[in-house]
Design a binder for this molecule. Structure first.
Ligand SMILES: [Zn+2]
Length: 250
């Protein structure tokens, strides 16, 4: 079920971070088996997968977003529901909350899922950063929003995504992205133009003052992960999750 799990203890409690893989769910082929995709939220198996994930993480529900490859950040306050139906949720590419025991969820299938936290100030976030999000400034917008809610020392976990070696793009597109994010200038394993989305995300996180924890794997190369580049419409989605446990919670 999980490609990686981490935790970080601070004065506000324990922050738990997880990135899923494709195993441990109920979806049939080709979405086997832990597909958490939003585009097919009407599929009952996706809802069951979310329920399985919530149980494993010991949360009542997960807050998802309708991701748009933009730079909009939504704050989840005390009045928000803590169990948003998969495929629903705010239209944005990052969620921020200071509410304990609220699991924030980002979905991806080659783009970069990021979990962020300040375990002392008790502020957590997730962000979805693909090529367009990096150009639009979603990383800086997310860290800025966290600081606006009291975060001072931000740690960011960078989850599985397509690597530069696999992410071939036209030369003009590589140049266009590199103007905004120089670290994105990459080459494939065959030496053709590529976007290094992971390097761009890490550079932008560091520029925003975050400490980076690398949990990257290549989605296209790993049979344990979903990849849109590899499988197109037959690709499911994995998720990145962050939750702040109140001090004293199990
Ligand atoms: Zn790769």
């Amino acid at each position: 079920m999980f490609a990686s799990r981490d935790h970080l203890d601070g004065r506000a409690g324990r922050v738990e971070v997880a990135f899923t893989d494709r195993h441990g769910g109920v979806s049939p082929s080709p979405y086997d088996s832990l597909d958490l995709g939003g585009a097919r939220a009407d599929r009952r198996d996706v809802g069951e997968n979310f329920a399985l994930l919530a149980r494993e993480l010991r949360v009542t529900g997960l807050v998802t977003m309708r991701q748009r490859h933009g730079n909009v950040v939504a704050f989840i306050g005390d009045d928000a529901a803590d169990d948003v139906v998969p495929g629903a949720g705010p239209e944005c590419d990052a969620l921020v909350t200071d509410r304990p025991d609220t699991a924030l969820c980002v979905r991806a299938g080659d783009c970069v899922p990021i979990a962020l936290a300040d375990a002392h100030q008790g502020v957590v976030a997730v962000a979805h950063a693909g090529r367009r999000g990096v150009v639009a400034g979603i990383i800086d917008a997310t860290v800025t929003a966290m600081r606006g809610h009291g975060a001072t020392s931000v740690t960011a976990w960078v989850g599985p995504h397509i690597c530069a070696g696999c992410y071939e793009v036209p030369a003009a597109l590589r140049s266009e992205v590199a103007v905004v994010a120089p670290a994105a200038f990459g080459c494939t394993t065959r030496g053709t133009p590529a976007v290094d989305i992971g390097a761009a995300v890490v550079a932008q996180l560091q520029a925003a003052g975050a400490q980076v924890v690398d949990r990257a794997l290549c989605t296209l190369e790993s049979p344990d992960l979903f990849s849109y580049r590899r499988d197109a419409a037959r690709s499911g989605r994995t998720a990145g999750i962050v939750v702040l446990r109140r001090s004293g919670d199990g």
